[in-house]
Write a protein of this length. Structure first.
Lengths: 230, 230
């Protein structure tokens, strides 16, 4: 049975970036094939001797010239056997985050162009990629509340207000600022630096960093990060 | 590039069943191939015109003669390119639950035998299936706390103590019985029936059913099921 299987396996990535209080997703313009000229998620067929993770990292490097901060599997799309009209193609979609230092894109190989699109302005994408983006956004919203992944979208050192804006922007709702700050600091996973940064017209704000070692140690002891209902 | 791809696509299922305060996983004994005689998860190659969900439902029917109550994607295993020594094979693993009315198994096709194994007594399985089972158990433990999936493992009508035992057994820890009952009933998703059942040596206990319509309506209004820290 396996011998005659004619199903292609692809990987695609929903890569999120965040700047100036706006959430972005990385899209590439297809240079070849049936989706030529259309915007789509970066991705492509898995090579024979490649792991799925290697495939998605290679595609992100080739098509957009970037390396992500955070990568995890999102969902495997294979219930619509016509999602690619050429051939039954199953796509293992990944969810990725990059921070502003890796913001610069460089389109190459199958990509004619690579750009960050605000998630409020995503065009009609090739294949079922609009659906995949939607699933990615849901995952991001969910994860923000129970895993400290927001830090992967921020500069290494950030004023506290950046973290607060990131939550309000992505979750799309107001939060109680005082509760949020109290709760976030109570976890003891943020470290104050000696540096200050001028934010807007206010006085300079202290910069923080996320202490990942500390977080990992806490998790081993049963700690659960949770930013719900703030 | 797609033309020469030589990667096989399979589905596998981690099916959980629960009886007499014990959690079980469904295993089949391989009749053919390199894993002949070994126990493994039910599953197999996806057919060309089949969706992933159809493939896993077909395999469960063929190899074990069952239809599950609950099915969702678990994870796609494809980072170890040698997980099947014959050919690079990527497996989309599913997570499934069955209740006692569907407990009877019937091995056929690729399966020489099909049996329920207590999760404390799982043998060395074919391929990387022990790892997949482990991921399935983690998913089950996690989901029990934020989704009312425990009901898919119980009889349609059950004494409250069965639900309580299910949580303590699967989560592997004692719970505060009084808090658990109070919280579970406060959600207003359990419906009392007029029936009673004798449990152990005590007096007959009232039977409950899970009101799924009610739950779905509550979710639409923003309700979050949560059984943590009880």
């Amino acid at each position: 049975m396996g011998k005659t299987q004619n199903i292609k396996l692809a990987v695609d990535a929903v890569v999120f970036g965040y700047q100036n209080n706006q959430l972005y997703v990385l899209l590439i313009k297809q240079r070849f094939g049936i989706a030529k000229g259309l915007w789509s998620l970066p991705g492509g067929f898995v090579l024979n001797n490649e792991s799925l993770t290697q495939a998605v990292e290679r595609e992100l490097h080739e098509e957009a010239g970037i390396k992500v901060n955070y990568l995890e599997q999102l969902y495997t799309f294979g219930d619509d056997v016509k999602r690619d009209t050429r051939n039954h193609t199953v796509s293992v979609a990944y969810f990725a985050l990059v921070n502003p230092t890796k913001w610069t894109l460089k389109a190459d190989t199958d990509a004619e162009d690579a750009q960050w699109f605000p998630i409020t302005k995503i065009p009609k994408l090739a294949y079922d990629h609009n659906k995949i983006v939607k699933v990615g956004i849901e995952r991001l919203k969910g994860k923000l509340t129970y895993q400290p992944i927001g830090f992967d979208l921020l500069d290494k050192e950030f004023p506290f207000s950046d973290l607060e804006h990131l939550y309000t922007t992505i979750l799309g709702k107001e939060i109680d600022r005082r509760n949020f700050r109290k709760k976030m600091l109570s976890f003891d996973i943020l470290q104050e630096t000696n540096k200050m940064k001028k934010v807007g017209s206010g006085r300079p704000a202290k910069l923080f960093t996320f202490n990942k070692q500390k977080y990992n140690a806490l998790v081993k002891d049963g700690f659960h990060f949770e930013i719900k209902y703030v």
